[in-house]
Ligand binder design. Sequence first.
Ligand SMILES: [Zn+2]
Length: 138
Amino acid sequence: MNENDIAFMRRAIELAQSGVDNDQGGPFGCVVVKDGRIVGEGYNQVTSTNDPTAHAEIVAIRDACRRLKSFQLTDCTVYTSCEPCPMCLGAIYWARPAAIYFAQPEFVVVHRADVDGYVMNRVVSALFDWYALSRKTK
Ligand SMILES: [Zn+2]
């Protein structure tokens, strides 16, 4: 992780804070970077827009795709303040960025070669967690 990575992660966290300060949604922020500059930004807007899909990553991916006029984020890096949920992992999978960085619950970097495997592992693991939880609450 270099100084630029830290600056981009700081921006993602700043967006998370700004979203909360402005009553937009939960404390999550995300930026998409290409060639050393931010091409997409987002923060959670679920409660302010009544949109359960308005997670920071989805908002940032949509912003970047709109600005880049592309449905794929090839050669882009996604910096997100928190480990992406299964929905956002799915969006990241389809957007095909070069790497994902997230800060919480621990700092993790996943590069392109490992993105697909990482996404599948996390989605399957989340499904098992939800299944186990649903069995416990019955
Ligand atoms: Zn999400």
